[in-house]
Design a protein around this ligand. Structure first.
Ligand code: NAD
Length: 245
């Protein structure tokens, strides 16, 4: 794979799970990386894993547009430019529409949809300067429905189509925009899920197991690299075959 030396990446939701693995992989490929997360304590622990001047930590709630704008400005003043935005921060709240509350919808749409919109909106002027790229962490739950998480599915469906629309709008200017769509991944988000829900996921995964966060990070690093120079507007399932049938 073409390395990412001299690239500057910003990864949201980077204190844990998939986002942390993405930050590690981009860093290992040579990028300067801003790790952004709203959990200050966990972010401070995450940053300790990096022994370098090539990383920075940014406490951020991605659903706050003013703070998101300031985050992008901070990243550019710290490292001089922005080449890669990874919109990865997300939350999951279980429940059907009937079971879930209006407050649940406000919370989930604020992080999973508004957060991706705001980060993309304020990063794009910088990405246009560098002919950079965006990789979103969507989900197989955005490609088709899933059980017991209607609001989450709706939010990831929005990310899937936002990915396509942004790719169409900004491709001509040289900015590629793609997403990864994981199935079940071993992270804090899924640790607490019931066995019933896990079984339903695992039955659909041809490889018969959940993914490691590093397996999602590898796909993100590829999409962010010049090796993916003609891949644009794609929502790539990284799902062990869950969507193959
Ligand atoms: P995780 O809970 O381990 O990590 C999510 C991180 O996002 C946390 O560090 C959290 O503090 C941060 N975060 C949440 N809301 C935020 C906000 N408003 N502002 C900034 N940071 C915020 O979860 P994960 O499994 O690593 O999930 C990462 C992404 O992958 C999410 O978008 C999730 O929807 C998606 N995803 C996960 C799975 C899975 O099975 N784990 C499957 C498909 C997609």
């Amino acid at each position: 794979m073409n390395g990412l030396t001299h690239k500057v990446a910003l990864v949201t939701g980077a204190a844990n799970g998939i986002g942390f693995a993405i930050a590690q992989r981009l860093y290992d490929e040579g990028a300067n990386v801003v790790l952004a997360d709203w959990n200050e304590e966990q972010l401070a622990t995450a940053i300790e894993a990096f022994d370098s001047t090539r990383v920075a930590a940014q406490v951020i709630d991605v659903s706050d547009p003013k703070k998101v704008k300031a985050m992008i400005d901070n990243a550019v003043s710290r490292f001089g430019k922005l080449d890669i935005l990874v919109n990865n921060a997300g939350i999951h709240i279980p429940g059907s529409v009937l079971e879930s509350s209006v407050e649940d919808w406000k919370k989930i749409s604020a992080v999973n949809i508004d957060g991706v919109v705001y980060c993309s909106k304020f990063a794009l002027p910088e990405l246009l300067k560098t002919q950079g790229t965006i990789v979103n962490t969507a989900s197989v739950s955005g490609l088709g429905g899933d059980w017991g998480a209607a609001f989450y599915c709706a939010s990831k469906g929005a990310v899937v189509n936002l990915t396509r629309a942004m790719a169409l709008d900004h491709g001509a200017a040289g900015v590629r925009i793609n997403a990864v769509c994981p199935s079940l991944v071993k992270t804090n988000m899924t640790n607490g899920w019931s066995q019933e829900i896990r079984d339903k996921f695992n039955e659909r995964i041809a490889l018969g197991r959940a993914a490691e966060p590093s397996e999602i990070a590898a796909a993100v690093a590829f999409l962010a690299s010049d090796d993916a120079s003609f891949i644009n507007g794609v929502n790539l399932p990284v799902d062990g075959g869950a969507t193959a049938s």
